[in-house]
Ligand binder design. Structure first.
Ligand SMILES: CSCC[C@H](NC=O)C(=O)O
Ligand SMILES: [Zn+2]
Ligand SMILES: [Zn+2]
Length: 407
């Protein structure tokens, strides 16, 4: 449905959206081909690192006037989450451009919000700045990374341990945020710890017609109920204002969700084993160790084994005041756009955790405002005007960050 008035930047964005970099078999090869073309058009060097074969970490570098200074990374992940195609109004990988009111368009595609819009805005903003002949002080690295959606094990988690990463000399890391249905720009300065925990009960087996003693059901069900009690407490806390009267957001509380259940072989056989998995996201406002002890004790009380399938013990946050030399220039750009800031803890996981845990400041933003949150949802879209405005925002943010604290 593209028409003649389609800006070149939007054509490039849609080209990126059409690449099926969808889990569990993302087409990273096509992303690399696309990014090579972008780098060539920008006249910038590009490097492709592979900690694991087929999992490229792509870095386009714009060298600054002071390349010895710590650099600024503009990060985005290339992978997107799976779709239920039958729930979509358009093919999620055709990136349809559908007219809406006021001459605007919807760009409908998996990854449009999460987070190809960011990667595309970085590239377009740098394209504009280069065309204007701008020279920045610090070096900028535009990073496109794999596998964020499945925990980054073969992506940033490995890359940050390499000499190649150390050589980037990262001083500030800009990463993903979440759209805001309201007016402000949500600025994420930390994230909750992601724990995927499996609890296993072992009990006596036997015929389903009997009162067998000490069965898995008796052990695991009361435990699950206790976990759901904690869940309810946290849900209530979310709906209680903070002491200063402001609203709590998801990042301020701990969520617990039962995501997997596994037991049984046959309807009339009491099984000897049952397990339950909870997806737990722990707010950095509480002690992670204390909370871990709490759920481990609860499991022990119910005679369950505990296995952390995913565990983070870091609750690092980035300061959002003048102690962070990148904060003030960042805030000033938003003021100049007349955009309000809402500071938050990221409710899910993002690649920022690997960088924050090294003590490097990271902020996560999405340029999307006054738009429904559709990440991981059906019919994910952005408005064309969001993309164009996003490019403008990053065109101001990038020099502000690259020149922060320099002479
Ligand atoms: C900590 S690994 C998990 C990362 C994943 N990220 C986006 O959805 C998430 O489930 O939050
Ligand atoms: Zn994301
Ligand atoms: Zn995601």
């Amino acid at each position: 449905m593209a028409s003649d008035n389609e800006p070149e930047s939007v054509k490039r964005f849609r080209e990126y959206l059409r690449i099926k970099s969808v889990q569990p078999k993302p087409d990273y090869e096509s992303c690399v081909v696309f990014l090579n073309k972008q780098a060539e058009e920008l006249g910038l060097p590009i490097k492709v690192y592979e900690c694991v074969k087929g999992k490229p970490i792509v870095i386009i570098t714009w060298e600054g006037k002071q390349p010895e200074l710590p650099t600024v990374v503009l990060n985005s992940h290339m992978d997107v989450v799976p779709v239920f195609p039958e729930e979509w109004e358009y093919d999620p990988f055709s990136a349809e451009r559908v007219p809406i009111d006021n001459g605007d368009y919807k760009i409908i595609a998996r990854g449009s919000q999460d987070m190809k819009i960011c990667g595309s805005c970085y590239l377009e903003a740098v394209r504009k700045l280069k065309a204007q002949g701008v020279k920045l002080e610090r070096t900028i690295h535009i990073a496109f990374v794999p596998d964020e959606e499945i925990g980054s094990v073969d992506g940033l988690e490995k890359f940050v341990k390499t000499e190649d990463y150390a050589k980037l000399n990262v001083g500030f890391f800009l990463d993903e945020g979440i759209a805001n249905p309201g007016d402000d720009l949500r600025v994420f300065y930390g994230e909750r710890a992601t724990w995927w925990v499996e609890f296993t009960a072992i009990g006596n087996a036997g015929h389903g017609s009997q009162f067998i003693e000490n069965t898995v059901g008796e052990k695991i069900v009361p435990f699950m109920n206790r976990m759901l009690d904690i869940r309810k407490e946290q849900q209530d806390l979310l709906n209680t204002p903070k002491s200063d009267g402001t609203k709590r957001t998801l990042g301020d509380v701990t969520t617990i969700n039962l995501t997997m259940l596994n037991a049984g072989v046959q309807a009339n056989v009491v099984p000897k084993k049952a397990s339950v998995v909870f997806d737990i996201r722990v707010t950095p406002h509480i002690s992670l160790n204390e909370f871990r002890t709490k759920i481990e004790s609860l499991a022990a009380e119910h005679g369950l084994e505990v296995n952390f399938k995913q565990y983070n013990d870091q609750a690092c946050v980035t300061s959002t005041d003048e102690t962070n030399p990148f904060w003030v220039p960042f805030e000033n750009v938003l003021k100049s756009f007349n955009i309000g800031i809402f500071k938050e803890v990221f409710p899910a996981g993002s690649d920022s955790r690997f960088i924050r845990s090294q003590g490097i400041p990271c902020l996560g933003i999405s340029p999307l405002r006054n738009l429904p949150v559709l990440l991981h949802d059906h019919n994910e879209y952005v408005r064309e005007s969001d993309f164009i405005e996003g490019i403008k925002l990053y065109t101001s943010l990038i020099p502000a960050l690259a020149n922060a604290g320099t002479k």
